[in-house]
Write a protein that binds this ligand. Structure first.
Ligand code: ATP
Length: 311
């Protein structure tokens, strides 16, 4: 697979629950051997969009709408897509009665993998996800990070061409998060296409080649994470912490400097870091953080809301 091949195409897709549009007229495409991220806060519609791609949920019937995954429509060709994909759902749906290796063995039966080959694959995957020492452990004895790694290993059993991950690192500590990012990068290098949802802008920034920022079912903005930041927001941000400090800083803001004020904090934006430094000089240590802007700032600018509802 070269990255000029389009693996996923989504056109004019809507999903309505009751009167609510969980996904509202979305369209995007994903090139082979790249990582595409759906980024947005809780309830943005990321999981719903993803489920329609692998056939777990059906899009609204509409003549304009279309989804194609390796040329198959998930509304009818769900099984063909399943054979070519590995799915890591949001919840670690492992069999608690079985141990680590048994969880993989039972899952591999869906794919008719010959016995000897299967044994080899399981060993390799446990090694790849750094779980070899745990192969006989009961699921209950695993940490959250180990369970997640096992679910990823399980999704890789059928050597998928497309790996679909729903919030792969939510709730995990930074060490496990970095390990998972590293493995995703390595899979991509091997030619695998990755589709993921996340509400961590850092995750999108680190591993995605393209992201669509979503809110309330709608597309807000789409592009390469670095380009989204470069093209849509000032280069630097001064975060001012605390009400008194915010008041002090806002009195010193030079003309033309963009600002956001929340209940307790203020955020100042500028392309010239020295202009922000001159404001920071009147603040005490601990009252400010001067940093480069990021996707979180892009989200705030485009929606007026914080991206990060939970850690
Ligand atoms: P999260 O990060 O919390 O998973 P998300 O961006 O993945 O959020 P979705 O889970 O796709 O968001 O939910 C989008 C909207 O659709 C929400 O308002 C949610 O309540 C609603 N929704 C999702 N699944 C269903 C369902 N099966 N029945 C009714 N409403 C649903």
């Amino acid at each position: 697979m070269t990255n000029t091949d389009i693996v996923i195409t989504v056109k004019n897709v809507t999903k309505t629950y009751g009167g609510t549009k969980a996904v509202d007229d979305l369209g995007f495409s994903v090139q082979g051997a790249t990582c595409y991220g759906l980024l947005g806060p809780n309830g943005a519609g990321k999981t719903t969009m993803m489920k329609m791609i692998y056939g777990k949920s059906q899009r609204d019937v509409d003549r304009e709408s279309a989804i194609s995954v390796f040329g198959y429509d998930p509304r009818g060709d769900e099984l063909a897509i399943k054979y070519l994909s590995g799915v890591v759902p949001q919840d670690d749906n492992l069999d608690e009665e079985l141990n680590v290796e048994q969880n993989l063995r039972i899952f591999s039966r869906f794919y008719d993998i010959p016995r000897r080959e299967n044994k080899k694959r399981i060993e390799e995957l446990l090694g790849f996800m750094e779980l070899s020492e745990k192969h006989r452990s009961k699921i209950k004895a695993l940490s959250g990070g180990m369970k997640r790694r096992l679910v990823i290993a399980r999704a890789l059993l059928n050597r998928p061409k497309l790996l679909i991950l729903d919030e792969p690192t939510t709730g995990l500590d930074p060490q496990v998060r970095h390990l998972i990012w590293d493995r995703i990068r390595s899979l991509k290098k091997q030619g695998m296409t990755i589709l993921l949802t996340t509400h961590y802008m850092e995750e999108a920034f680190q591993i995605c080649d393209n992201v669509m920022i979503m809110d309330k079912g709608k597309r807000i903005i789409e592009g390469h994470p670095h380009a989204l930041v470069r093209d849509n927001i000032e280069a630097y941000v001064l975060d001012v912490i605390g009400n008194d400090a915010a008041e002090k800083a806002l009195r010193k803001v030079p003309e033309g400097m963009r600002q956001d004020r929340t209940a307790d904090n203020a955020r100042l934006y500028d392309n010239d870091v020295n202009r922000l430094r001159s404001v920071a000089e009147i603040l005490k240590p601990g009252e400010f953080v001067l940093r480069q802007s990021n996707l979180e700032d892009v989200f705030l600018k485009t929606t007026g809301r914080q991206l990060h509802a939970r850690q």
